[in-house]
Structures are given as structure tokens and as C-alpha cells.
Design a protein around this ligand. Sequence first.
Ligand SMILES: N[C@@H](CCC(=O)N[C@@H](CS)C(=O)NCC(=O)O)C(=O)O
Length: 279
Amino acid sequence: MTIENLSVNKSFGGWHKQYSHYSNTLNCNMRFAIYLPPQASNGQKVPVVYWLSGLTCSDENFMQKAGAQRIAAELGVAIVAPDTSPRGDDVADDDGYDLGKGAGFYVNANQAPWSKHYQMYDYIVQELPDLIESTFPVSDKRAIAGHSMGGHGALTIAMRNPQRYMSVSAFSPISNPVNCPWGQKAFTAYLGKDKELWRQHDASELMRKATQFVPAKVDQGESDDFLSEQLKPEMLEAAAKVSGYPLELNLHEGYDHSYYFISSFIEQHLQFHASYLNQ
Ligand SMILES: N[C@@H](CCC(=O)N[C@@H](CS)C(=O)NCC(=O)O)C(=O)O
């Protein structure tokens, strides 16, 4: 597989790079960003934190706004930020910001017109890590993290693949998509009417039934405008109590849904992941 380098920027002794590649899973060209810490230039294979962004985002939001590079450089972890949906002129879209391009929801669509390209689950779980691990000086030690729609993606992907991830974290995740407007709209479009299939992509449902545990950390701002209607972290907390899931959930007074919140706590998240990845 060929990949094309689009940009290179030195950052905290390491390198931020953007690439484009053709995805066989998504049937289109995709862009991703990678931050390689200084340790990766010294012949060391570093572990990777995969970051899944939220609605309307690309590979750029997190890398430009979260301020993660300094601490990733200190900890010796790489960060990979994929895009949030398939892209291109022939990719189906919707007028709303919460469906279609920029809103892939990290599931494999089985409904027309979405199923031709919207296979984000397989892309994130398999194709992208295969590409990253065969191209860059990284190990197969993986963690996964994300924000909002990406928090939903990170939690569900980690819980469905506990053997592939050492830790998972989320900021302001859509915790119970089967019971909120964002999730119901996206799951109806991408997955159709089969509610059992919906539940297989619902973090609270998966956490309630979990028997294998990927350590999880979730942070949520109490002044987040989406908190009660869309995010519902209390459902995740209740689910964790049922299964005994190792969930660390922290609520933060005054913080909202933005990257100002993420940048305030990203250091703690990366330290959480490094404590497992660097064991
Ligand atoms: N009001 C927002 C809703 C989408 C939103 O808040 N997106 C979050 C993720 S759910 C985000 O990270 N936006 C991009 C950014 O802040 O850089 C919009 O219409 O753009």
C-alpha cells in the first residue's frame, strides 16, 4: 500500500506528520495525522494512542488544539488521529452536521447509500493499525481515546476488542447512543432498524455486559451543553456498577464540550495510557 506524505512539522523534539492513503476498507482516499515522539527517532518502537475525534472534525482538530505533543514526547508515545468519516465527492452525505461526512460514528454501515464507504469500525480496528504498524517505528501496544462521537468510538471499539487495546479513555463520550438523538439518527441511517445491532455499538450496553476489562478513564465537563440530552455519562457509571467494570469517571465543574476542556486534562489521559503501554 502506498501512502503520501502531506506535511511535516517538528514538535517537542518529535515529528507531526500528515498522510494520505487509499483505504480498501472505505473505498476512498483518507487522511490521517501521526505524532512521533523523539524516542521513535532513536531506533525505539513506541506504543500508540489512537485518538478518535468528534462530530465535524478531521485529523487536524486534536493535533492543533489539544496540546498533546509535549506530554506525548515526554512519555514516548505516538498519537494517531484518523479522520471521522470517509471523504470524497462520491461519498454519501447529509445536510446535518451529525450524519454523513464528519460523522461516521465508527460503525460499519449496512444500509444504502452509506454502506459503500462508511465502514469506519473496520478501518479503525484493522486497516489503519496495520498500516501504521507496518510503516512507522511503532509497536503493537495500542491504546484508544476520543471525544464525544469519538469517545463513543473509543469505548465501544476497546470493549469489543479487549485483546487489541491496553487502555481506553474518553472525553465527553456519547455514552448511550441508543437512547440519545445523535445516536438514534446515526444508527438508524447506518445500521437500520435492528436494535440488537445498535446495542452492540453502545458503550453502556457493552460495559454492563463486559466480562473482559480494558481499563477505562472518562472525563466530563458539567457545563457541557450536550450533557443531559446527548452524552449521559450516568448510564455508563450505572453499567460499570453492574459488571464491576474498572471505570474511572470524573466530572469537572464549569468545563464545556470544547477543546479548552480536552487540553486541560489531556496530560492526565496520556499518563493514564502510558501507565499501561509502558509496562
Ligand atoms: N456545534 C457544533 C457541534 C459539533 C461539535 O461540538 N463538535 C465537537 C465534537 S462533538 C468538536 O470537537 N468540534 C470541533 C472543534 O471544536 O475543533 C457544530 O455545529 O460544529
